[in-house]
Design a protein around this ligand. Structure first.
Ligand code: PBG
Length: 323
């Protein structure tokens, strides 16, 4: 079947034909919108390195949640910035903590909107690391207890799903056990199974005030050079009870998304992170790229690689363009 018997252009002649044979669709049903929640009242402030992305105080969340739900976006993922940070990140599981109150406010305003919570300590620790520090290092097993408490406190506040992003060993299993014991066996875990130590998180750390105060995250997040290790990480999380496997970042790691898609039958999520957003935004604002087309293409490609779910800061902007 070679030229001229097979002419691929025959099926590209017009939009109806192209749509008929299109292999991948982008739909709002697969999008998750990240939300940053800050202390205070009446706050809606733009993140400098992420134009179009805002940080909200709890009292401003109801209106925002309504807008998001009305756009048909099914879910948000919450990140909280506490009033006070400490060595052990106790704000992460405080009963009236920032995320706990945010969940309540959103669920009250828009019960139909799924609320996913990021489970991590870095926004809550004074040193900015994702776990408890002992002798200058992030101590894995002590941290697991803090993460489990945090996940349970989110579930108690009404979260629909928890998403651990800390990259400690064994955290999915420990969180699963704690949720089950507390009566939340129905709450799924979306694991940041394959989270790389990436420079593309820069703008997020400004938004979440979570940059490490010493060192970096290389002793717990993955080395960008490694692909086989991604399979080992994902296998562990599946064995520990993860319901959804996430790859993060997305666009520079499409090969990893594809590998996970081919190796597991679990739903796969991909996080188009803050740096990916910032790059596309900056190029768009400068007129160097057609932002809308570039954004839609990048999201479509993430889907084509095998992601079922995409977490993206573009969700609101593009929802009405794809629905
Ligand atoms: C918390 C966390 C981070 C992101 C999501 N959860 C930051 C980090 O690991 O430093 C990054 C999200 C983004 O860049 O958009 N650990």
């Amino acid at each position: 079947m070679f030229f001229p018997a097979y002419r691929p252009r025959r099926l590209r002649r017009n939009e109806k034909l192209r749509a008929l044979v299109r292999e991948t669709e982008l739909s709002v049903n697969h999008l998750v919108y990240p939300l940053f929640v800050v202390p205070g009242k009446g706050v809606k402030e733009e993140v400098t390195s992420m134009p179009g992305v805002f940080r909200f105080s709890v009292d401003r969340l109801a209106d925002e949640a309504r807008e998001i739900a009305d756009l048909g976006i099914p879910a948000v993922i919450l990140f909280g910035i506490p009033e006070k940070k400490d060595e052990i990140g106790s704000g992460a599981y405080a009963k009236r903590g920032i995320v706990q109150r945010a969940i309540e406010a959103i669920k009250k305003a828009t019960p139909e909107l799924l609320v996913i919570t990021d489970v991590c300590l870095c926004e809550y620790t004074s040193h900015g690391h994702c776990g408890i520090i002992k002798d200058g290092e992030v101590e894995n097993d002590l941290t697991l207890e803090q993460l489990a408490r945090t996940a349970v406190s989110h579930a108690k506040a009404g979260a629909d799903m928890v998403a651990p992003s800390d990259m400690m060993d064994g955290r999915v299993g420990r969180i699963r056990e704690a949720l089950d014991e507390a009566g939340f066996s129905h709450i799924p875990i979306m694991s940041y199974a394959v989270k790389y130590c990436s420079s593309f998180y820069g703008p997020f750390r400004e938004a979440a005030e979570s940059a490490p105060q010493f060192g970096d995250r290389r002793s717990y997040q993955m080395d960008p050079a490694n692909a086989r290790e991604a399979l080992r990480e994902a296998t562990l999380d599946v064995e520990e009870g993860a319901d959804i496997l996430m790859v993060k970042p997305a666009l520079p790691y499409l090969d990893i998304i594809k590998t996970l898609r081919e190796s597991f039958n679990h739903p796969i999520a991909a996080y188009q992170v803050s740096g990916e957003y910032a790059m596309l935004k900056a190029a768009g604002q400068n007129g160097w790229l057609d932002e809308e087309r570039a954004v839609l293409e990048s999201l479509l490609c993430i889907r084509r690689a095998g992601a079922d779910i995409i977490l993206t800061y573009f969700a609101k902007e593009i929802a009405s363009k794809i629905s």
